[in-house]
Design a protein around this ligand. Structure first.
Ligand code: ARG
Length: 214
């Protein structure tokens, strides 16, 4: 499994260097059901997407949004979660809606839908791509960008850890997360069958509840 373990609560790296999060526990549960050994490789998000396309990893689980562009180059399992692209700004910012991002500097994580949507809507020059979401949030704290566009779940965690930042009460895009596989992967049906069982028997919900407190 390829991932980018800097995307809480889906995948993160503990101080002890262990991987944990919703995707990590779900992948472990799937592997267990399939009688397979799970090996987790942590890398940049764009590299994780490429890794399955190049056959270096069997699956990518990294809060990956299903998009038509990605479907052209890889397969996806059934969806197991949803995400919302959220906008983080400093308290008191004049940015109060997605439209206000026009003419601003926007921080994103490289290769993510946040980057893709913002560069489509506001131009490549408006968008700064960082290695991970936390680096983008630090750039926002330092005033290097005016806003960060990132998935809602990590947005909540980053804002909780950074007083002075807020999440706008308006969503930029809604998305489905799924497991990415190589086109035509022989593993796809088995992964879907395992996911189905984990949804039906409540395992998936209990994993989500472990990491997201409402
Ligand atoms: N959902 C977004 C996308 O697919 C961002 C995912 C980033 N995931 C990560 N582990 N860094 O583009």
């Amino acid at each position: 499994m390829a991932t980018n373990a800097a995307f809480p609560p889906y995948e993160m790296t503990t101080d002890a260097g262990e991987f944990e999060g919703i995707d990590i526990d779900t992948a472990k549960a799937i592997a267990e059901k399939l009688g397979l050994e799970l090996q987790i490789d942590d890398m940049d998000f764009d590299a994780a997407l490429l890794s399955v396309q190049q056959g270096k990893a069997d699956i990518v689980m990294a809060g990956v949004t299903v998009t038509d562009e990605r479907k052209a180059v890889m397969d996806f399992s059934d969806s197991y979660a949803t995400g919302i692209q959220s906008i983080i700004v400093p308290e008191g910012s004049d940015i109060t809606s997605p439209d206000d991002l026009a003419g601003k500097k926007i921080g994103t994580q490289r290769g993510t839908t946040g980057y893709i949507y913002c560069s489509d809507d506001f131009g490549d020059d408006a968008v700064v791509a960082y290695d991970d979401g936390l680096t983008a949030v630090q750039a926002l704290n330092n005033g290097q960008v005016d806003a960060v566009v990132i998935d809602n779940a990590p947005a909540k965690e980053f804002v909780a850890a950074n007083p002075g930042l807020v999440i706008l009460d308006t969503s930029y895009a809604e998305e489905d997360y799924a497991i990415g596989l190589a086109k035509g992967s022989a593993l796809e049906d088995a992964v879907n069958a395992a996911l189905e069982e984990l949804k039906a028997d409540g395992t998936l919900q209990s994993i989500v509840d472990k990491y997201i407190t409402a």
